[in-house]
Ligand binder design. Structure first.
Ligand code: ADP
Ligand code: ZN
Ligand code: ZN
Length: 732
């Protein structure tokens, strides 16, 4: 009998997306483990990275030549057995490659050689003492005693002007010790204590259910301001008390400084924070702290699910309906689904929290698949803010051509007078949505993406898809007319208009353009919280989670923006957005007010949002989904194909259609739509086409499609890029 390892090679090439067998030679026996990062020879290369997914003992393989493992990079396995189960789950369910799934578990920096950072600190050697020495070196020793184990040699010299000669002498004679200590690269900022609150009855019941129920997955449906965070904290505290760890997912961490503030304020150093703006070093350190069990409470964006949390007790998804829980890169997983899978294999609880659950989630709660817990009232029974819908067509008819209705102007003036704060929401950044020539109709478009360019106040035209930027010409490039005009509006424009009307108001703006730096989001948040501004203007960044006491007016400037996107979820998104944004008003002692401007006041998503009637909205939307056969009634598999060469692409789509039809025709309840050009025809110079499969798609069916698609792709591998997406966020 001999020992072999099945190894996944760290490479993107499609045709090596399978386990390769390697021999384990004498020297590694007893050391190899499943989940280890190793080096192996591959093809013509003598040493590449690989990961062991299985060990097999069997008769010696003689039929073909077997290569041997070369080196074990780190003895401690990077992936656990449970992790490997998740890898398989991801691969089967989201049609990705092994390596795509494995990479989720590995901090990027580690393969590039990033390691722990250490510093050599100086401490007193308590085992050695001599009165005379202590007397003679009193100046040095007394300072080191006060700062025992805090500083390195050079820091002591620099900070306290100590003599390097004396320190060295004391080290040499063993009165001082030099010790290695890990330095964590994440800034360990101190937060104000966030004290535990006495839970109200609804919150107490919620936590009791979570504690005592035999169910593992819960939907915590609580209106905005009902105190969901307090329930999360108690559930987390339960887990920590019993020696377990907890993961709290938030839609995008930079969007929720408040969540971190509260959790760090209550649980202190136990908290690890994990998000996309960390450097490789910081990321590695947080991963390491979790692995070592030094941080048992993880707050992070969706990828935090794959941190090596020990003895996991609970996973929480705050705002579970958010788009950002679905990954747009391979593996194109949904964090909610993966969290539930993890809860099965690791036997932990999952709380899905939202005021406006995804239709799919609420459906599962009603059908009893997951347990529904409700918080129906705001804390202290505060009233929900009053919502008023303004028909912008009437404004126009009465001669108001500005972007603010008369009612909104009036309310802004009132609140400014009373020194109360205002949030204005518009889901588009920039100054205008497109620029075109009034005389010939020419529209400025991105040459790479075929998307209209957005004008920014600095005089630049900007593509929001690929970042292409150019200065706007004064004359129309086509007809040379000077009547080039800006249409539509973004947050920058709102800011400028508000300044025109209210010259003395202090304004902050929060959108992608103002939050490019790591801490800018937190900075704006704190400034507004401290009352340093009267009006906060922002995109969806201001819609989530923010809890400001003094905000009494929220203005939603164009509720239709999300209604008009070509997507089966547009009504749901609109309902959610209006509810979430308006939830920012009236959270303090004063009553809140919301003004929603729209050209579509009779749309059901707006009517139900006005009444805070989630059930009503759900019923109507659910019926609609049934009629159109969309999720949760059906599953969707989007096959998106792109290429720089339009002709090759179209030829490929024709062949693909024939091949996929051969599979789908055997299934009565599966529809194939397309091939058609995508709504966004071109992104970054790539033309885009798609085929959509809809219906009762089993895992087996999806994997058949995957195999066929990739088989066809082999011939045109360099020209064609393929993306497979199960239940995609967007169909465009
Ligand atoms: P949600 O996430 O449901 O919108 P939050 O968790 O932000 O609501 O809570 C809203 C506000 O109520 C917060 O300022 C929070 O500190 C406060 N709060 C929550 N629970 C209680 C409680 N039991 N007693 C007093 N204040 C509470
Ligand atoms: Zn023109
Ligand atoms: Zn572009």
């Amino acid at each position: 009998m001999k020992l072999y390892a099945e190894v996944i090679i760290n490479s993107d090439a499609l045709d090596i997306d399978k386990p390769f067998t390697y021999e384990i030679t004498e020297e590694f026996i007893g050391l190899v483990k499943v989940g280890q990062w190793i080096k192996v020879p591959f093809g013509t290369r003598t040493s590449v990275d690989g990961f062991i997914i299985k060990l097999i003992e069997r008769e010696e393989i003689k039929e073909f030549q077997i290569k041997k493992i070369k080196k074990i990079e780190i003895l401690d396995p990077i992936l656990t057995e449970d992790d490997l189960k998740i890898v398989n789950y991801l691969k089967d369910n989201y049609l990705c490659k092994y390596i795509d799934a494995i990479r989720l578990f590995i901090p990027q920096g580690i393969l590039k050689g990033i390691k722990n950072k250490h510093k050599m600190i100086i401490t007193i050697n308590r085992e050695k003492y001599d009165v005379n020495i202590y007397e003679r070196y009193k100046d040095v020793i007394s300072i080191i005693e006060k700062n025992d184990g805090k500083f390195t040699k050079s820091e002591l010299v620099r900070n306290f002007s100590l003599s390097l000669y004396k320190i060295n002498k004391l080290i040499k004679e063993k009165y001082l010790k030099v010790e290695e200590e890990t330095v964590y690269r994440y800034n360990i900022k101190e937060y104000n204590t966030y004290s535990e609150k006495f839970l109200n009855l609804e919150q107490q019941n919620a936590i009791k259910t979570i504690r005592e129920s035999k169910n593992r997955v819960f939907l915590l449906k609580g209106v905005t301001g009902s105190g969901k965070t307090e329930v999360y904290m108690n559930a987390v505290s339960d887990a920590l008390k019993t020696g377990k760890s907890a993961i709290i997912l938030v839609p995008e961490i930079s969007l929720t400084p408040q969540m971190i503030e509260r959790f760090k304020g209550r649980f202190g150093k136990e908290v690890a924070v994990f998000h996309s703006k960390l450097s490789d070093g910081e990321r590695y350190d947080e991963w390491y702290r979790v692995k070592e069990g030094k941080a048992r409470l993880i707050i992070g964006a969706r990828s935090a699910l794959f941190l090596p949390a020990k003895n996991l007790g609970i996973i929480i998804l705050d705002e579970e309906h958010e788009n950002t829980y679905k990954s747009e890169q391979n593996p194109k997983y949904h964090a909610r689904e993966v969290a539930e899978f993890i809860s099965q294999i690791r036997d932990c609880k999952v709380i899905l929290g939202s005021a406006t659950p995804a239709i799919e989630t609420y459906y599962r709660a009603l059908s009893g698949e997951i347990e529904l817990i409700e918080l129906k009232n705001r804390v202290y029974n505060k009233a929900m803010p009053k919502m008023e819908i303004i028909d912008m067509r009437e404004e126009l008819n009465s001669g108001n051509i500005s972007m603010f209705s008369r009612k909104l102007m009036h309310e802004i003036k009132e609140k400014l007078r009373k020194k109360e704060q205002i949030i204005l929401f518009l889901n588009r950044r920039g100054f205008s949505t497109f620029v075109s020539c009034r005389s010939c109709g020419y529209v400025f478009k991105c040459p790479n993406c075929e998307i209209s360019l957005t004008y920014h106040k600095n005089g630049l035209l900007n593509c929001h898809y690929c970042g292409y930027t150019k200065r706007q010409e004064k004359l129309c490039p086509k007809c040379k007319s000077k009547y080039v005009k800006h249409f539509g509006a973004g947050t920058e424009r709102v800011e400028e208009e508000i300044k025109k009307y209210f010259a003395n108001a202090k304004i902050l703006r929060m959108d992608v353009d103002t939050t490019r730096n790591k801490n800018s989001h937190e900075y704006i948040y704190n400034a507004f919280k401290k009352g340093e501004a009267d009006i906060l203007i922002g995109t969806q960044m201001v819609s989530k989670g923010l809890d400001f006491n003094n905000v009494t007016l929220v203005g939603i400037l164009a509720a239709d923006m999300s209604l008009n996107i070509p997507d089966y979820r547009s009504s749901e998104k609109t309902y959610q957005l209006i509810t979430q944004v308006s939830g920012r008003a009236g959270r303090g002692d004063k009553e809140g007010k919301v003004i929603v401007q729209t050209y579509n006041p009779e749309h059901y998503s707006i009517e139900y949002a006005k009444k805070y009637d989630y059930e009503g909205f759900y019923k109507e939307e659910f019926t609609m989904r049934g009629l159109m056969n969309y999720p949760p009634f059906a599953k969707i598999l989007l096959v998106n194909v792109s290429s720089k060469n339009e002709k090759i692409l179209i030829d490929f789509m024709k062949k693909l259609k024939v091949e996929l039809f051969k599979i789908t025709e055997k299934y009565l309840n599966i529809e194939m739509l397309g091939p058609v050009p995508c709504i966004i025809l071109k992104i970054k110079e790539n033309y885009r086409w798609q085929i959509l499969l809809k219906g009762d798609l089993s895992l087996e069916f999806c994997n058949k499609i995957k195999d066929r698609v990739y088989q066809l792709n082999k011939n045109v591998y360099n020209d064609i890029k393929i993306s497979l997406d199960v239940n995609p966020n967007s169909l465009s």
